[in-house]
Design a protein around this ligand. Structure first.
Ligand code: FEO
Ligand code: CA
Ligand code: CA
Length: 637
């Protein structure tokens, strides 16, 4: 892109790890489609199951679909406006933007400097992501991840007069500012006369950053691989970063999920030979441009090779106790965690479904040993349990394979730290980048967004596992993505078996052929690519947020900017509800307690220099959470 604010090396976020190990050239499109349809007999195998809607609405009689319209909005067309678009009868307004103060004495955002290390530590971080609302008496607390930062934007003040591909002359404080833009924000909200604002003097408001103290719990705690010079006990680490999706426990704590934690480490010895485990987790001798090792040597793997073992976890945070230390839950495994979807099984055990968002990685399930009872201790529920990994068969069935010392020949601590290798050992199914997993509130059924996988069938994953076309990943060089759903046998979330089908194959019916046109519930009016965020509302509609190609041309022609849609699991119908501003993804979704406000996250507007949202004009683009309402004040999901 031709603009002075774009770093020539600002690679798409999901592509950094590909640099050192690129895939072969793409194969011929027609051949690819043929292969997907005939080699595995995908359509036939799923239809043979007799599933009521093997491909979304494909098998639903048209009359049933018309009769069961549960949508409370009119679908809107795609667009490429640098704005938010919602259906007639709905309104939106910004709630909080990158750099907005969250304390009484916090500084207002300064577009000239774009903040400092000090100001960023007490203001809202960059790139809003997973979030949830918690009620505390009549108080409303919002807990939200600030996943990462766009260097071209946060350091844009250093770019003036420089050539398009020149890096700014960074000060140490610029690096610190970037670091402090990561983490979690906890803020109290209040609604007055229909407008939500931040309660800036609330005792609950705080930032959790890459410098905040963490407690390491579970099987990895205290293991030699977790020990560092600064922490010889292997039980206390500093910070959490690249916090992507989230979860909420039945006892009302927040789970934040460390995703691309690897991109922050580098080595002072550039010739350092990487270990197999570093290769598998993308730990490299150079970072992704954040420069953290320059101001904090724990990010230098030459000096501190165990430090990366202390990241890549789900972290539990108690928003109701401002003094509570966040707890890293190693029993839930170490990988690029997307979100952590919690379910209480009918027998009381806690079950957590999780995806590892990298091409060819796995879907996991955690089952607690103990049962949840309101008011009882909950600590052991996330430290003692069994982690399993999913295997999807072509016939529409699947199984969970336990990761234990017996199945993996690894210790429980090693399984917690090198979870990906454990999954490979038991033959888990390599997936098309598992993003969010959401549970249907009306039945025992899980949905997972498999966002895309250009390497499918063309390249192994980082551990050397094959990525054959088939089953839940039916398309070679899959640039559109799909949503897989599964139902535990006998509605028991701890059962070892499940059945699965595809809710939707995203595609482009205008230019795509065969499976690349998408499933029957995709049409020219609702098409999209790269499903990512998923959340159910209380009515059982599935909200789908996209983080995909917004070029609006070629195989993405007609799809416009990233968007949010709603799908009806019963009929298969999908409608577009929102279109985001330019060069943004939509991520993070939660509702007010009365369901009259929907909070939606808008991440990385203008990541390539092509947006001034939300202020417009020549303003600096800012990641922002918006509050969406019905004009008539009615319930919205
Ligand atoms: Fe942070 Fe996989 O999205
Ligand atoms: Ca995501
Ligand atoms: Ca994504």
């Amino acid at each position: 892109m031709d603009n002075p604010n774009h770093f020539a090396d600002e690679t798409p976020f999901d592509d950094y790890d590909e640099h050192i190990d690129p895939r072969p050239e793409e194969t011929d499109f027609d051949r690819v489609v043929e292969a997907a349809m005939s080699r595995r007999g995908f359509m036939g195998s799923v239809l043979a199951l007799g599933s009521f809607a093997a491909l979304g609405g494909a098998l639903v009689p048209s009359g049933a679909r018309a009769a069961a319209d549960r949508f409370a909005f009119e679908a809107i067309p795609a667009n490429t406006l640098d704005d938010i678009t919602v259906p007639p009868g709905f309104t939106w307004e910004p709630l909080i933007r990158w750099g907005d103060p969250i304390t009484a004495d916090g500084p207002e955002f300064d577009p000239a400097t774009r903040g400092t290390g000090e100001s960023q530590a007490i203001t809202f971080g960059d790139n809003t992501d997973g979030m949830d609302i918690f009620s505390l008496g009549d108080r409303t607390l919002l807990v939200v991840n600030n996943e990462y930062t766009n260097r071209s934007i946060i350091w844009g003040n250093r770019m003036e007069g420089l050539a398009a591909d020149a890096k700014p002359e960074l000060q140490d404080d610029d690096i610190l500012k970037g670091m402090m833009a990561h983490g979690i924000a906890i803020v109290e909200l209040k609604e007055k006369d229909g407008k939500w604002t931040i309660v800036r003097n609330s005792q609950y408001n705080r930032r959790i950053t890459p410098q905040s103290e963490m407690e390491i719990t579970g099987p990895a705690a205290g293991h030699d691989l977790m020990k560092t010079n600064a922490d010889p006990t292997g039980t206390k680490s500093l910070g959490t970063w690249n916090n992507c999706g989230n979860g909420v426990t039945p006892w009302g704590t927040y789970l934040t999920c460390e995703e691309n934690f690897n991109g922050y480490f580098s080595a002072s010895d550039e010739n350092r030979e990487r270990s197999d485990t570093e290769v598998r987790y993308g730990i490299n001798t150079s970072d992704w441009g954040y420069g953290w090792a320059r101001i904090d040597e724990r990010f230098d793997i030459t000096k501190h090779p165990n430090e990366p073992h202390r990241a890549g976890y789900v972290v539990e945070i108690d928003p109701r106790d401002p003094t509570a230390t966040p707890k890293k839950r190693t029993a839930l495994g170490r990988f690029k965690h997307e979100n952590a979807e919690c379910v209480i099984n009918p027998d009381g055990r806690l079950v957590i479904y999780m995806g590892d968002d990298e091409r060819g990685e796995f879907i996991y399930r955690y089952v607690s040993d103990g049962v949840y009872a309101p008011g009882d201790e909950t600590e052991s529920l996330m430290t003692n349990g069994v982690l399993s990994v999913a295997k999807f068969s072509d016939d529409g069935t699947g199984e969970w394979i336990d990761l234990t010392p017996e199945t993996t020949e690894m210790s429980t601590a090693e399984i917690a730290i090198y979870t990906r290798q454990a999954g490979s050992k038991v033959g888990a199914t390599t997936m098309d980048r598992p993003e969010w997993i959401a549970t249907n509130p009306l039945k025992a059924e899980l949905y997972c967004a498999l966002t895309n996988n250009k390497n499918r069938g063309l390249k192994t994953n980082a551990g050397g596992d094959d990525t054959p076309v088939g089953g839940a990943n039916p398309r070679e060089a899959n640039n559109y993505g799909q949503i897989v759903r599964w139902r535990p046998n006998e509605d028991d979330h701890t059962a070892m078996g499940f059945t699965w089908d595809l809710y939707v194959l995203a595609g482009n019916p205008a230019v795509g052929e065969g499976h690349y046109a998408g499933s029957e519930n995709v049409n020219k009016d609702n098409m999209f690519n790269s499903p990512d965020g998923l959340a159910f509302d209380d009515n059982g509609l599935l909200w789908i947020q996209t983080d995909g190609n917004y070029g609006n041309d070629g195989e993405f022609a007609g799809m416009g900017n990233n968007q949010m849609l709603a799908g009806d699991p019963i009929t298969g119908e999908i409608r577009r509800f929102m279109v985001g501003p330019n060069e943004a993804e939509i991520t993070g979704l939660t509702w007010s307690a009365d369901n009259r406000t929907m909070f939606v996250g808008i991440q990385h507007p203008g990541e390539r220099g092509g947006s001034h949202w939300p202020e417009g004009g020549d303003a600096v683009p800012r990641s922002t959470i918006i509050a969406v309402k019905r004009e008539d004040g009615g319930i919205i999901g």
